[in-house]
Write a protein that binds this ligand. Structure first.
Ligand SMILES: *Cc1c(COP(=O)(O)O)cnc(C)c1O
Length: 393
C-alpha cells in the first residue's frame, strides 16, 4: 500500500478525486476533451480565459481538462502539491532538469541512469557550459563527495532500471538542502505506491508513465510532481515552450491504467519475488539483481525507503557466450523480447542486443545480463517458462 495513509485514501484518489461526474451525466469515466481550442462567449470572458490560462481551459498546450484530472491524482499519489503530465518520461526528465540549470552550473547524476537522461546531461547540457559528475550509488556520501560550489542539481534514480542500485534518498536530500541544491528523482521503478521520494525530501519527482502508471503498453507518457511554486514556474516556462504535452486520448488511456495500479503492482511484485527466489537457487544463474532479496547490496536501504519492490528484476546467466543467451531468450514463450517494461505482458530484455559480438560489447552492464519485467500472468507459468529456457543453457 506504500506510504499512502490508508486503502480508503488510495482508492479515493484513484476513483473519485477530481471527478465531477454530475457535470457529465454521471459517466464513471470522464469524457475525453478532444479539442485544441476553448472558445469564449464574449470578449470579457475571453479576457478572463487569458488571465487564467494556467488554471482553466483556454488552449490545449496549457491547461487541459483531460490532463488536469490526471495532474490532481498524480500529485495526490506522490504527496506533492501539483504535477504536470507530458508526452514521455524522457520529456519529463528533460523538462525537470532544464528548468533548474544555467550556464556555469554543475549537475550530479547516478553512474547508470536511464540512457536518455544520461544523454541529456552528458551531451546537451555540455553544449551550454553545464558540467556533470557521476555518483556511485549506495551512499549519500557519493553525491556529497562530488559536490562543488556550483553544483545546482542532484539527479537521482533509485532503484535504477537495469541493475537497481539504491541511493539513500533522505540523507542525499538533506545534503542537497544544506547546499541549496535541487533534487530530481526518477521514480518509475517503484511508482508512488512503493516509494514517495517527496516525503523523503526530493523536490521534483518524475516518472515514465509509459511503465507501471499506465501499465498496458498502449501509451507513452511522463509525469513531473512537485511543490506548487516550482511546478507553476515550470508550467509557465519549459512546459509551455517545449510543448511536449500528452494528447487527451493518451490522458484517457493513462487514467484507465491508473485505476488498476494497486492490483497490478501487488501481482507483479509478488511474481517478481517468486522468480527472484527461484532464479537465485538455479545453477545456471550467477547473480540475481532484485532490491528485496537479502543478498542484494542495497537491501537495507531499499527496505527502509521502499514499501514494496516492483516487477523488474535482472539476472546474470551462466551462458558461456552470446550463443547461450540466444538459446535462452529464443526458447522463452511467455516472456516477449522487448525493451520498456511495466505492462500487462511479461518481457525479457537481454543486454547482449547492444552488440553483435562479445568483443565489441561495451556497456555499463554485464553482457550476460537479462532483465525481466513480470506481467500479470500466473507466476508458476512464468517460472516454468524460465525453467525450460534455462535448461538449454
Ligand atoms: C523508460 C524510462 C524513461 C523514459 O521514459 P519514456 O516514457 O520512454 O520516455 C525514463 N526513466 C526510466 C527509469 C525509464 O525506465
Amino acid at each position: 500500500m506504500g506510504f499512502i495513509q490508508s486503502p480508503e485514501e488510495l482508492y479515493h484518489i484513484l476513483y473519485h478525486l477530481g471527478e465531477n461526474r454530475a457535470e457529465y451525466y454521471g459517466a464513471v469515466n470522464p469524457p475525453v476533451y478532444v479539442t485544441s481550442n476553448f472558445c469564449a462567449p464574449d470578449i470579457a470572458s475571453l479576457r478572463q480565459k487569458i488571465i487564467h490560462e494556467f488554471e482553466a481551459p483556454f488552449y490545449t498546450r496549457g491547461y487541459q481538462p483531460s490532463t488536469a484530472l490526471l495532474r490532481k491524482k498524480l500529485a495526490a499519489l506522490e504527496g506533492t502539491e501539483d504535477a504536470l503530465v507530458v508526452s514521455s518520461g524522457s520529456t519529463a526528465m528533460a523538462i525537470a532538469i532544464l528548468s533548474q540549470v544555467k550556464t556555469g552550473d554543475h549537475v550530479i547524476i547516478p553512474r547508470k541512469p536511464y540512457s536518455w537522461t544520461a544523454y541529456l546531461v552528458k551531451n546537451w547540457l555540455q553544449r551550454f557550459g553545464i558540467t556533470y559528475a557521476e555518483a556511485e550509488p549506495g551512499t549519500a556520501d557519493s553525491y556529497q563527495a562530488l559536490t562543488q560550489p556550483n553544483t545546482r542539481v542532484y539527479v537521482l534514480e533509485t532503484p535504477n532500471s537495469m541493475t537497481f542500485e539504491i541511493t539513500p534518498l533522505r540523507e542525499t536530500c538533506e545534503a542537497a538542502r544544506r547546499n541549496g541544491i535541487v533534487t530530481i528523482a526518477d521514480n518509475s521503478y517503484c511508482t508512488p505506491l512503493y516509494q514517495q521520494p517527496h516525503a523523503l525530501g526530493v523536490d521534483l519527482v518524475c516518472h515514465s508513465a509509459t511503465k507501471y502508471l499506465s501499465g498496458h503498453s498502449d501509451v507513452v507518457a511522463g509525469v513531473i510532481c512537485g511543490g506548487a511554486e516550482l511546478i507553476g514556474k515550470i508550467f509557465r516556462s519549459e512546459f509551455m515552450v517545449l510543448g511536449g504535452i500528452l494528447s487527451p486520448h493518451d490522458a484517457s488511456a493513462l487514467l484507465k491504467g491508473l485505476r488498476t495500479l494497486p492490483v497490478r503492482m501487488e501481482k507483479v511484485s509478488a511474481s517478481a519475488m517468486q522468480l527472484a527466489l527461484f532464479l537465485q537457487e538455479h545453477p545456471k544463474v550467477k547473480k540475481v539483481h532484485y532490491p528485496f532479496l537479502p543478498s542484494f547490496p542495497g537491501y537495507d536501504i531499499a527496505r527502509q525507503q521502499m514499501a514494496g519492490c516492483s516487477g523488474l528484476l535482472s539476472v546474470e546467466l551462466d551462458a558461456g557466450s552470446f550463443d547461450g543467451i540466444n538459446r535462452f531468450t529464443d526458447a522463452l514463450r511467455c516472456f516477449l523480447l522487448a525493451t520498456s517494461w511495466g505492462g500487462f505482458e511479461s518481457l525479457a530484455f537481454p543486454a547482449r542486443v547492444f552488440a553483435d559480438s562479445q568483443e565489441t560489447y561495451a556497456m555499463a552492464v554485464p553482457w550476460n545480463l537479462v532483465r525481466f519485467s513480470t506481467g500479470l500472468e500466473d507466476a508458476d507459468v512464468l517460472q516454468s517458462d524460465l525453467e525450460k529456457a534455462l535448461s538449454l543453457l
